[in-house]
Design a protein. Structure first.
Lengths: 323, 283
């Protein structure tokens, strides 16, 4: 009896130390959670390490050089950075008013049922994959742009440098419009939440002072939610910067800088998508990875700002509501 | 009524009407996209599309059987990678972790969620293609799985946190251990929400193209096993749409319709699961 008591007793205490698997579950779930952190750190490390060559060779000139010539191994990111900024700017110019308007309608005007139904459709719209937008972009939007919209813009606003040159259909403007359609759902969803979080008293106070419904919305509710709405715009901007397929399919893929929105260009994400598998030589490949690093840092920054702004507004809302 | 007031009322009505127009325009885009795909793609879908391999370049006919199977394989493996990590990581955040660790994990997940999909592709390429010197289903699945993690993780955490304290305490009071409580009470109470999140994550990566371009690459034939490059629906849509062949355009539309149909159905099912009364069973 005595000889066998030892191991059993010790195994029992070992089991009880495990508290019926609590510690095991803790450990296992911890390992999975830690792997998320590990993978993220690894991602940053890989991007940094795999872009060593161009970072050393070109330094900061990488961002200010217009030449992208794989044959003579000269790599400058300026045309891609320009294209990314221009398409994103066009996309925001279209999607911010459209998205904000729709969000105001959903949050302030529409009855709950209609608002929820429309929001459901907008969520579905956000689920449409990028490549589908690209497909429609090529076969539907590009012909319309070439034959109708770009000639019309040229006639009306041709004196501006943005609307000159031949209308190819593909180019900055088309890419910007397709991007705008893609990011509008994000602006609407987030802005609607923010607007709904604005305390009721704000509206009632404005209306009681004799403001019309629009005045109470535009001069009281929207300014109250301003930071949060800015947050939704930054969020959408981060999406637009990183958007690859749809842009690659309609922007024209030409590393050129041109003031005209009609001319074809290139974006950071599109050049990575198109040239990565064809990149010969380490420097070429790593220059593309460095572009990926740039994209990563930009979206990281924008997402960070967006989150701060959104959190700030929702807290502001709940604070005033409690007072 | 003074002229000024009448003007203000007019502006109010006009601007509010404009917001309605904005909402209508946005929502109509969805129906425009759907309608266009049905019109162009619907006529191109036939039995061959689902059962045949792509025809040789220049010939008409053929199908996308290999891309459909390729997508299924990619997504199955991606789910095997993304769902356990996201789910168990979420359980850790909601049930076990202290606040510092939770902050770090959450931060990492949010960071990962914001990374552009093309950059995820670069990462998978550097990790799983470069060292082995060939494109593979595994590399593509890794990239997609990575993208499923943040959504699954954050929603699991959120829905588990939403389970009332009283349920946990009731179970503990009956003498159940913490893990028993989580596994038999908390998770079942939150499973609808978690399932919805997993389905949405799945639908999101199902349409991803950018991370597959240089991980799974593409393949005009069957892909055997997990170590060969494989075709997938999104990448086929991309390459076919940019090709000069009329017949390929037709097939790109068909593939687009199939892909979008699949994604929208998953989305609708997921939301239906959630809205049919969430989680908390009446005790």
């Amino acid at each position: 009896m005595t000889p066998s008591a030892g191991p059993i007793a010790s195994s029992r205490s070992f089991l009880s130390r495990l508290r019926h698997g609590d510690e095991i579950a803790h450990l296992i779930t911890f390992l999975f959670a830690a792997s998320v952190v590990l993978v993220t750190v690894l991602l940053v490390f890989v991007l940094w390490q795999q872009s060593l060559l161009p970072r050393h060779k070109f330094g900061f000139d990488f961002f200010f050089t217009r030449v992208w010539d794989p044959v003579s191994e000269e790599f400058g990111a300026l045309p891609f950075i320009y294209g990314t900024i221009v398409t994103t700017a066009v996309a925001l110019l279209i999607s911010v008013p459209l998205g904000l308007g729709a969000a105001i309608f959903l949050a302030e005007l529409a009855p709950q049922k209609i608002s929820d139904t429309l929001q459901f459709f907008i969520d579905l719209l956000a689920a449409v994959p990028s490549v589908i937008y690209g497909l429609l972009g090529i076969f539907v939007v590009v012909p319309v742009m070439r034959t109708v919209i770009e000639p019309a813009l040229k006639n009306a606003l041709g004196f501006l440098p943005f609307f000159q040159g031949p209308a190819y259909g593909i180019g900055f403007l088309t890419a910007g419009i397709v991007l705008a359609i893609m990011i509008v759902p994000y602006i609407i969803s987030v802005s609607r939440e923010i607007l709904l979080a604005v305390p009721r008293e704000q509206r009632e106070a404005a209306l009681a002072l004799g403001a019309t419904r629009w005045e109470s919305t535009w001069k009281v509710v929207v300014p109250f939610a301003r930071t949060g709405i800015m947050g939704s715009i930054f969020l959408a901007m981060a999406r637009a910067l990183g958007e690859t397929m749809a842009v690659a399919m309609v922007i024209g893929n030409t590393p050129a800088i041109s003031a005209s929105l009609f001319s074809p260009g290139y974006s950071i994400a599109a050049v990575i998508a198109n040239e990565f598998t064809e990149a010969t030589g380490d420097l070429y490949l790593q220059a593309l990875v460095e572009l990926g690093l740039v994209l990563f840092l930009l979206t990281f920054l924008l997402n960070g700002i967006a989150r701060l702004l959104i959190v700030a507004t929702t807290q502001k809302g709940s604070k005033t509501a409690q007072v | 009524m003074s002229g000024r007031l009448r003007w203000r009322k007019f502006v109010s009505g006009f601007m509010l009407a404009m917001t309605g127009v904005c909402a209508l325009v946005t929502v109509s885009v969805l129906f425009f996209v759907l309608g266009d795909l049905v019109v162009h793609g619907g006529t191109s879908i036939n039995w061959n599309f689902f059962t045949k391999l792509p025809a040789p370049v220049g010939e008409t006919g053929g199908g996308m059987a290999n891309a459909i199977v390729g997508s299924a394989k990619l997504l199955a493996l991606a789910s095997l990678i993304g769902v356990p990590i996201g789910f168990l990581g979420g359980v850790y955040l909601a049930e076990f972790s202290g606040s510092t660790v939770a902050f770090v994990v959450r931060y990492a997940a949010d960071l990962l969620n914001g990374v552009p999909s093309i950059v995820i592709g670069i990462f998978a390429y550097a990790l799983l293609v470069l060292p082995f010197k060939h494109f593979s289903t595994i590399a593509g699945s890794f990239a997609l799985g990575l993208m499923m993690i943040p959504i699954t993780l954050r929603s699991t955490e959120q829905f588990l946190n939403g389970v009332p304290r009283a349920l946990r305490e009731g179970s503990m009071a009956l003498g159940a251990s913490k893990w028993k409580t989580i596994q038999a009470v908390v998770i079942p109470a939150a499973y609808r929400g978690i399932l919805t999140a997993i389905l949405l994550a799945f639908a999101r990566v199902a349409g991803e193209t950018a991370p597959l371009l240089f991980t799974a690459l593409g393949n005009r034939y069957w892909s055997h096993g997990w170590n060969e490059p494989t075709a997938s629906l999104p990448v086929v849509i991309y390459t076919y749409a940019l090709s000069p062949y009329e017949d390929w355009h037709r097939q790109a539309w068909a593939a687009g319709l199939v892909l979008l149909g699949l994604i929208l159905i998953i989305n609708i099912v997921a939301r239906a699961i959630l809205s049919r009364g969430i989680s908390v069973p009446r005790a």
